[in-house]
Design a protein around this ligand. Structure first.
Ligand SMILES: NC(=O)c1ccc[n+]([C@@H]2O[C@H](COP(=O)([O-])OP(=O)(O)OC[C@H]3O[C@@H](n4cnc5c(N)ncnc54)[C@H](OP(=O)(O)O)[C@@H]3O)[C@@H](O)[C@H]2O)c1
Length: 236
């Protein structure tokens, strides 16, 4: 029995890394998925791979900072697949690394928009669709940076991802009575384009790997597996 049979999921940041693997895992577990990111070619490859394995998926390419995209993703879930049960709000960027005093206001805003405002915009449209469905599960990809450890050069990233945890907690208490669960993943260093870009010197990689018991980066498939309990335990 597949864990997500009959469920419909949105996965953002699905063109690579954690989002790509999570979309595949959700589809393997029976969910119909709406995937998004800016790179259409990568999304099309993902959709083709899901379909080749008997799953159902559609892609909508766009910028996660765009409120119209947030609405379009939910409309696609409802129009194509009949509703929305699961939202994995995972798209993110570190921005360019710089000490706080060297971050321009524009660069700060861009990271906040991509990581935090997009999470709010996603939730703003996803939550009413889940209420209409009688319940659901909303998951945000935060990070260890800003919660577990201060990472040099990541002031905007840390602030945006810590803000996401606050948003998640408020959603949890506001929407529990509608059967909606809210959770955040705080992955450690993970072997994706973003993770490799951050741990991009032997010293940086050793620092990140040294933070964890297993002394290695996680694989994106492992983070995808950690998203699954968040979506399968809810009662509808
Ligand atoms: N890797 C790590 O070590 C690590 C650790 C903790 C948390 N995280 C978090 O995990 C999440 C996924 O990252 P990842 O490691 O899987 O890195 P990744 O492979 O680089 O994936 C990032 C995803 O976000 C999308 N994205 C970025 N900016 C976007 C925008 N403006 N509009 C739409 N989509 C956008 C990218 O798609 P396009 O470029 O195609 O738009 C891509 O699909 C991020 O939120 C990240 O902060 C990562």
């Amino acid at each position: 029995m597949h864990q997500l049979s009959g469920k419909v999921a949105i996965v953002t940041g699905a063109s690579s890394g954690i989002g790509y693997e999570t979309a595949k895992l959700f589809a393997r577990q029976g969910a119909k998925v709406v995937v998004t990111a800016r790179r259409a070619a990568e999304l099309n490859t993902l959709v083709a791979e899901i379909k080749r394995h008997g799953g159902e998926a559609i892609a909508i390419a766009g910028d996660i900072r765009d409120e119209h995209l947030a609405r379009a993703l939910v409309e696609a879930a409802v129009d194509h697949f009949g509703g929305l049960d699961i939202a994995f709000n995972n798209a993110g960027t570190t921005g360019d690394a710089a000490p706080v005093a060297d971050i321009s206001a524009d660069a700060w805003q861009s990271v906040l928009d991509t990581n935090l405002t997009s999470a709010f915009l996603g939730a703003k449209y996803q939550l009413p669709a889940m209420v209409a469905r009688g319940g659901g599960s909303i998951i945000f990809t935060s990070t260890f940076v800003g919660s577990t450890v201060g990472f040099p050069g990541m002031g905007a990233y840390a602030a945006s991802k810590a803000g996401m945890i606050g948003l998640m907690q408020v959603i949890a208490v506001e929407y529990a009575r509608h059967g909606i669960r809210a959770n955040a993943l705080l992955p450690g260093g993970t072997d994706t384009p973003m993770g490799r870009g951050t741990a991009n010197t032997p010293e940086a990689r050793a620092f990140v790997e040294g933070l964890y018991a297993l002394k290695r980066l996680a694989q994106p498939e492992e983070i995808a597996q950690s998203a699954l309990p968040g979506v399968r335990c809810f009662k509808l």
